[in-house]
Structure formats: C-alpha cells, structure tokens
Design a protein around this ligand. Structure first.
Ligand SMILES: Cc1cc2nc3c(=O)[nH]c(=O)nc-3n(C[C@H](O)[C@H](O)[C@H](O)COP(=O)(O)OP(=O)(O)OC[C@H]3O[C@@H](n4cnc5c(N)ncnc54)[C@H](O)[C@@H]3O)c2cc1C
Length: 460
C-alpha cells in the first residue's frame, strides 16, 4: 500500500521538507545497491540529520506498520539496502559528522553516515590508525560497515570492523534509543549487547553513532608483488606464510582475468602474462618488517613465484593497493552483469577452492575473475555475465550453487564479509543448522516482533 499523505506530512515535519523524496525519478537511485539484478522502488526516502529525527521516523513508521530499510551509501553486495515496495528508506548519509577524536583514550566517535575514509583520515590527523579498509572505503559509511561487519585489505593482521567497535548508539524498532558500550577497554557488565548489532544488516536496530577504537600508526611498511604462472602456487604460498607463523597485514590475490581488467582500467604496469598475483604487505617495527618481508619473499619463491617485486616507495605501494581496491569495478566493465561471490574457507583449503572455482567456471562455460582477501581465506569469484541471457544466467546459478556447496563441504562460510541480505539467504540454514538458525530468528522476533526493520533480509 502506498505511503499515506499523513505519514509523508509527518515525516516532512520531523525532518524538513527537502529531506523527504517521493518522486519516482528521485527514488530510482535508492532502489538498488551494489548487488546485481536486485531492485525495488521504495515509497519514500528520508534523510535524517540527527538521532532524534531517526527515532521520530521510526515511531511514525511503526505506528502505521510501515517497513523501514536503513541505507548508508548503498555499496552493499548482498542486497541488504534494497528497499521494500512502498516502504520507507532511511538514508543516513547526511549524518556524517566526526564527533570526537580522543587521543588520550585512542577512540573516535562519529555519526553513522560518516564515510569510512574520512574516519581513517581523522584518525591520521592525530597520528592514529583506523585499520578496517574495505575496498569501498572512499564511499561506504561506518554505519554500513558496522551493519555488515565489513572486512578489508588489512583484515588478516588487524581484524574486521567488529574488532574496533567499542560502543554504539542504536534506535530500536519501537523508536527508543539505546547506548551500548563505552570507552573502557574492559567491560563485562551484562551481555555484550553492541556485538548483537554488529553484522545484523539493519534487521535489529538502526545504528546512529559509533565509538571506535584506534591504534598507534605502524612505524614502517613494506609492500611486495609476487607473480605466478600457476594459480595454485599463489594459494599454496598463502597457506605456507600462515603455517610459517607470519601474519602480514595484507595477502591479496588476483587471477589472470582480474589482472587484465585492472590493468585495462588503471594502466599501472601489472604483468598481464601471468596466472596470478599476490599483493603482500607487512607493517610494524622496521626490524620486524624487514625480517618478515625477507622470509615471505623466500616462501613465495619456494612456492613457485617467478618474480617478487618490492614497491620502490610509498607512492608505488599506494598504487598497488589501489589497483587491488579497483578489482571489482574493473571486472564490472567487462560485461553488463557482475555477480560477486564472497565464499570463505579455512586457509589450508585455499588451493583446493581455487582449483574448484576454475573447474566450475570451465564446466559451466562461464567467464569468472577471482580475487580476494586470500590471507583471510576469503575469495570473490566474480561472474561476468548478462542478466538478459536466460541460458547463461541459469548456468551461473548452477555454478554458484556448486561453489557454495563446495565451500560448506570444506568447512567454510557462505559469506566472509558481504552479509546474507537477499543474495545468500537460501543457504543460511544449510550453514547454520536448524537449531542455530532458529536461535537467530528468535533474536529477531524478540527485538523486532512486528518485523519492521529490513524484513525479508537474512531470513524469509
Ligand atoms: C567496489 C566495492 C568494494 C567493496 N569492498 C569490500 C571489502 O573489501 N570488504 C567488505 O567487507 N565489503 C566490501 N564491499 C561491500 C560494501 O561496501 C560494505 O558492505 C559496506 O560496509 C556497505 O556500506 P554502505 O554504507 O554502502 O551500506 P549499505 O549498502 O547502504 O547497507 C548495507 C547494509 O547495512 C545496513 N545499514 C546501513 N547503514 C546502517 C545503519 N546505520 N544502521 C543499521 N543498518 C545499516 C543496510 O540496511 C544494509 O543491510 C565492497 C563494495 C563495493 C561496491
């Protein structure tokens, strides 16, 4: 049912006339996220500027039983911020203020719509470091990062968004605002409620403010590129580095298709005649960095790297990292539809998984570029296809099913960082088992009994 003139009037009164969009042409950009082939027009998009405005919108929607989808920048890759037909989208991008950098406690407080890169830059102004760096960090919001528990290129050593969240302010489905966590390094007063909301994909509450942990900036860094003629050798190198008890900050993988697309796009001189590249980065104390870099270079060579090149300077290191960040965008230029997988396996199973993805692509006659956070066991096989081609799409779906089934067989997970959303929900029960799946639904039912927040995401 379309939103009533009464609720639209009340939303305008609460947030301001210009903060509410309802014209079809204005709604279109908010009808999809970064996930292929999923779209739906909402009834209205509202841009609150304060927590009080978010709470007012939630109370108005709840009174009329209108579903709400919270949205950051819409870069999600599992359909999490795709609207509900005629529902409300609360887009938090105008709640983008960095509220405090506390150098004495090594914390930073920001509104949920603050862009991830701005948070990293605000920390760097105080010579501090916010490590999570998703490939989308120039655009994604910190609220979206928390809702997806996003990872990044430095996840191997520094962990994911969850590891840096000390506190949250959350508007609950009934419009109440709760504050969870604080600046204390230790706090065991009751359940760790903030953790429930991290990775909850906008289904339990709306994050309006975050309190983040910062680290001192590492004193030194070294970046290397290892070049391979066999994909499996790159995978074996990753397993061998981990087995040698070295934890570099970055161990990223690009296959031949991805390298070619990135080089076409960015023209930075990547070798296009190889089968795979590993981007390896270590940081920390200069002596430790030198030692780890030398040991990793030796391991890469022992496992078949035909060449290992060190970045000459900071500028070259940044260019290489940027090339990896551009992998998805570069692949997306190749065909009209890009379907990105996010499977993650124990690192000992990487070579097997890489082989399986290549064999599956060949079996179903599909173009697949694979890249990913290989040090985390997280691969992004990316199908380059065309959603108008029904026969090819059917083969894509068969291949996806096979890859997910293999992932579960190897003890992996259906999503390492992009979330379940709409794209992965058909496989969630298979991964969790009936009892854990039922427990998750009970939590949703308890916190959002009327199913108003992001209905249909994660579960049917
Ligand atoms: C080129 C590219 C590279 C990427 N690289 C990475 C990567 O390296 N690692 C990674 O993990 N992901 C990556 N992603 C995926 C995506 O950027 C992340 O999931 C990101 O955290 C989404 O942030 P967003 O602000 O765009 O959120 P949206 O896409 O707007 O929303 C994502 C989900 O979070 C919910 N949500 C958003 N804000 C809030 C809030 N304030 N409160 C409650 N729920 C909220 C939404 O309802 C939705 O379910 C990449 C995406 C692209 C397009």
């Amino acid at each position: 049912m379309p939103l009533s003139p009464e609720i639209l009037g009340a939303l305008r009164l609460a947030c301001g006339e210009a903060q509410v969009l309802t014209a079809a042409e204005d709604l279109i950009p908010y009808g999809f996220d970064g996930t292929a082939a999923l779209k739906q027009l909402p009834g209205a998009v509202v841009f609150p500027k304060t927590t009080e405005q978010v709470a007012a919108c939630v109370r108005l929607a709840a009174a009329q039983g209108v579903p709400i989808v919270t949205r950051g920048s819409g870069t999600g890759l599992s359909g999490g911020s795709v609207p509900i037909a005629d529902g409300l989208v609360l887009c938090l991008v105008q709640m983008d203020r960095i509220l405090e950098t506390d150098a004495r406690n090594l914390t930073l407080r920001a509104q949920a719509g603050a862009v991830t890169l701005k948070i990293a830059e605000a920390a760097a102004e105080h010579d501090l470091f916010y490590p999570p760096d998703p490939g989308s960090m120039k655009i994604s919001t910190i609220g979206g990062n928390v809702a997806e528990n996003s990872g990044g290129l430095r996840g191997l050593k520094y962990g994911v968004t969850r590891d840096y969240v000390m506190g949250l302010e959350v508007v609950m489905p009934n419009g109440e605002t709760v504050r969870l966590g604080n600046k204390c390094v230790k706090d065991v007063a009751g359940y760790s409620m903030k953790d429930l909301f991290i990775g909850s994909e906008g289904t339990l509450g709306i994050v309006t403010e975050v309190l983040l942990k910062l680290l001192p900036r590492p004193a030194a860094r070294r970046t290397m590129l290892a070049i391979y003629d066999r994909m499996e050798d790159a995978a074996e190198t990753v397993s061998a580095i981990i087995a040698a008890k070295i934890i570099p900050c970055t161990l990223e993988f690009l296959d031949r298709m991805t390298i070619g697309c990135v080089e076409d796009y960015a023209r930075i001189g990547l070798p296009t005649d190889c089968e795979a590249l590993l981007l390896i980065e270590t940081d920390g104390h200069p002596a430790a960095v030198a030692d780890e870099a030398a040991r990793m270079e030796a391991i890469a060579r022992q496992h078949g790297a035909r060449e290992v090149k060190a970045a000459r300077d900071e500028a070259e290191a940044l260019t290489l990292a940027a090339a990896r960040r551009n992998a998805f965008s570069a692949l997306a230029r190749k065909k009209p539809t890009t379907i990105l997988e996010d499977v993650t396996v124990p690192r000992s199973e990487l070579a097997e998984m890489v082989r399986f993805v290549a064999a599956t692509a060949a079996k179903y006659r599909l173009q697949v570029g694979t890249f990913g956070h290989m040090g985390d066991g997280n691969l992004h096989p990316t199908f380059l296809t065309d959603e108008r081609d029904a026969d090819e799409m059917s083969r894509v779906h068969q291949a996806l099913d096979a890859i997910v089934a293999k992932t579960l067989e190897l003890g992996g997970t259906i999503t390492g960082e992009h979330g379940v959303g709409l794209a992965k929900k058909q496989w969630l029960r298979a991964q969790l088992g009936d009892a854990s799946f039922a427990l998750m639904r009970q939590i949703k039912q308890t916190l959002d009994p009327r199913g108003l927040l992001n209905p249909g995401k994660i579960f049917d």
